[in-house]
Write a protein that binds this ligand. Structure first.
Ligand code: NAD
Length: 488
């Protein structure tokens, strides 16, 4: 007999808490029920915010930086120790290939805690010795303080990775958090709560509320009168709604939002390396990474070769169960998201695209028929006026468009309302620097993609976000200095 699916509870003041209602979480792989999730409701959200506020007034509020650093390192160690449980939970919710979750999501979660422990441990005070023309001298120094109760609202595509990317620096700075994971991926945020308790993080410092966005835990948390700041990763439209929620009390927001990222391929690139990198940037995590490439601009003389090379690599992807040997590519997150991606696949054809590969729903047999599968897809024959070239699809798709000059490539790549990331592929070092610097984005790569140092600034321009996180950039957001000026 099949065992019943696990219940996923809220976590408030160090303990699991039932919700006002429950909802069912389906596997993206085959549609089976994988969890029953407790939706928080306003009372549980209130209790979570109150628990966070109370934690700030308790021992957490008077801990030294060194003590907080030691705690963050203990959380990272617990993530390593319970890695396989986290991998299993993340795979169950997302349907991603197991190796990807182990190597990318869970490994980065531990690294996020260690990296921000290092950063905060190495950060001193901003100070200035000021000499005035009248002979007076003053010492200025800025004492960093936590913002207070921080609401952390995150999406489903890299659930634990993106959650810890915000929770680790928030805790490093001494805040208490209430996190709202995506309704599609509730499990690892809840498991992390157990690890926090085991690591000795005081009750109330990390709270989890489950539910949806509008009229549910997301909206209840972001409109809550006792939340001091909001950090959000997700769609640009949701960012706009949260910005409205934050406006009446003028609370700080940090937004990591959508993208419509370009790759620019010059004829002088190392073609095999470029094709491998491009394919990874289009298809990793079934195209469900905010940094994924959905627009590829190619110098005309190598256009046909790039189209053929990418089509070959798309054809070599293996869609399948997360634990099946050789699986490279999982499903989309849900039937709802597949319907959105499918609408874009249809729209592309209506807008005049020629489908090079893919374009539909694959037949993976009866066992996977209830999953949210879609074919990796490449289009040619479109230009920047097409909606599928302007709007974020968030699936394994890209449009390939030729260009004739460097100026034209820069203009086409920057012709977007988004501004998250771009990649330039060329063997000309000067051109690589020159073009990368002209990209109106938060992150520009040359001859690589996704590679980054966690201390460098991460964020987007335009519809892709507000602010930068990473290293000391995160510490700036999650703390608020009081400047002290002493006349000497
Ligand atoms: P989403 O905006 O639909 O949801 C994100 C979170 O916000 C979820 O927890 C959701 O429940 C909550 N939410 C939704 N409406 C809300 C509201 N009105 N008030 C408060 N909370 C609300 O995004 P998604 O579909 O989960 O994720 C995909 C999107 O995230 C894509 O656009 C992708 O580009 C973006 N993303 C950006 C980055 C980045 O770093 N820039 C990283 C990953 C994903």
């Amino acid at each position: 007999m099949a065992s019943s699916p696990p219940s996923v509870l809220n976590h408030v003041a160090g303990a699991p808490v039932a919700g006002v209602a429950t909802f069912v979480k389906h596997s993206p792989v085959d549609g089976s029920v994988v969890a029953v999730v407790h939706e928080a409701g306003p009372e549980v959200v209130d209790a979570a915010v109150a628990a966070a506020r109370a934690a700030l007034a308790g021992p957490w509020g008077s801990m030294t930086v060194a003590e907080r650093v030691a705690l963050l390192r203990r959380v990272a160690d617990r993530i390593d120790e319970r890695r396989e449980e986290l991998v299993a939970a993340e795979v169950r919710d997302t349907g991603k290939p197991e190796h990807l979750v182990r190597e990318l999501d869970v490994a980065r979660a531990a690294l996020n805690f260690r990296s921000f422990a290092d950063t905060v441990a190495a950060t001193g005070l901003d100070s200035f010795l000021t000499d005035l023309p009248d002979g007076r001298r003053a010492l200025n120094y800025a004492v960093p303080k936590p913002l207070g109760v921080v609401a952390v609202v995150v999406p489903w595509n890299l659930p634990l990775l993106l959650l810890t990317w915000k929770v680790a620096p928030a805790l490093a700075c001494g805040n208490a958090v209430v996190v709202k994971p995506s309704e599609e991926t509730p499990s690892t945020a809840t498991l992390l709560a157990e690890l926090m308790v085991e690591a000795g993080v005081p009750a109330g410092v990390y709270n989890v509320v489950h539910g949806f966005g509008p009229d549910s835990a997301g909206e209840q948390l972001t409109t809550h009168a006792d939340v001091d700041a909001i950090t959000f990763t997700g769609e640009s439209r949701t960012g706009a709604a949260i910005m409205r929620a934050a406006a009446p009390r003028v609370r700080p927001v940090s937004f990591e939002l959508g993208g419509k990222n370009a790759a620019v391929v010059f004829a002088d690139c190392d073609l095999p390396r470029t094709l491998d990198g491009l394919a990874r940037s289009i298809f990793l995590n079934t195209g469900q990474v905010c940094l994924c490439t959905e627009r590829v601009y190619v110098e005309r003389s190598v256009f046909d070769e790039v189209v053929a090379g990418l089509a070959e690599r798309a054809g070599a992807l293996r869609l399948g169960r997360p634990d099946a040997p050789g699986t490279t590519t999982g499903p989309l997150i849900s039937q709802e998201h597949r319907a959105k991606v499918q609408a874009y696949l249809d729209l592309a054809v209506e807008e005049g695209a020629t489908v090079v590969v893919g374009g539909g729903v694959p037949d993976l047999g009866e066992e996977l028929a209830g999953g949210a599968w879609v074919e990796p897809t490449l289009w040619v024959g479109l230009d920047n006026s097409a909606r599928v070239v302007r709007e974020e699809v968030f699936g394994p798709v890209a449009a390939l468009i030729p260009f004739d000059s460097e100026e034209e490539a820069v203009r086409l790549a920057n012709d977007t309302d988004y501004g998250l990331a771009a990649a330039v592929w060329t063997s000309d070092l000067e051109r690589g620097h020159r073009v990368a610097q002209q990209m109106r984005v938060g992150m520009a790569w040359v001859n690589t993609w996704y590679l980054r140092d966690l201390r460098s600034p991460f964020g987007g321009a335009g519809l892709s976000g507000i602010g930068r996180e990473g290293g000391r950039h995160s510490l700036h957001f999650y703390s608020e200095p009081t400047n002290v000026c002493v006349q000497l």
